[in-house]
Design a protein around this ligand. Sequence first.
Ligand SMILES: [Zn+2]
Length: 199
Amino acid sequence: MFAAPVNRLITELARLPGIGQRTAQRLAFHILSASEDEALALADAIREVKATVGHCEVCFNLATEATCRICQDERREAAIICVVEQPSDVIPIERSGEFHGRYHVLGGALSPIDGVDPEDLHIAELLERASSNGVTEVVVATNATTTGEATALYLADALRERAPSVTVTRLASGLPVGSDLEYSDEITLGRAFRGRREL
Ligand SMILES: [Zn+2]
C-alpha cells in the first residue's frame, strides 16, 4: 500500500509493545511529516542507547559503566537483594521509596513451554551472590503471574539449598494477580514491601 521504506518503518514501529498496526501507521506518518532534525533525533537516541547502555556485571540492571549506579552506591544495604524479572521493574520499586538494598535482575521468568530454563536467566549469579558476601535476605519481587510465581518458588528452593542462612521473602499480596510489577503504583508496592512474608 505504501512505498517500501514507509512499510519498513511501520513494520518496525509495530514491533514495539502496545503498538498495533494503526498506531504504527499514525506514528510513521508523524515521523514523515516531522522535520529531518526531529525525526533523526529519535533515530540517534535509539542508536546512542544501544551503543552506551549495557548491563551491570553484578546485578544485570541497566548500566552505562561496568556496574550500575545502585551497585556503586555505598549507602545501599548490601545484605538485602531484591530479585526482579526486568530492569524496568527496578523503577517502580525505587519510586516506592521502601527498599534500600541492592537488586538482581533475572532477565525474565522461568517458562519451560517457551523454552526459558534456569540456565537462560541470571539465576546462577544470584545463588553465587546470595551465598557469598554477608547477604541476609533475598526479596523475590518477580511478577504476580504464573511464570513469576513459578520462578519465585524455584528460587526459594534453590536458595534454601545454596544459601541456607539467607531468609527468602516474597512481596505481600495486594499486588493485582496476574499483573506486571511495572504497572503497579508506588503506594501498593510500598505496602507489598513492608508486608513481605517468608517463602
Ligand atoms: Zn548493579
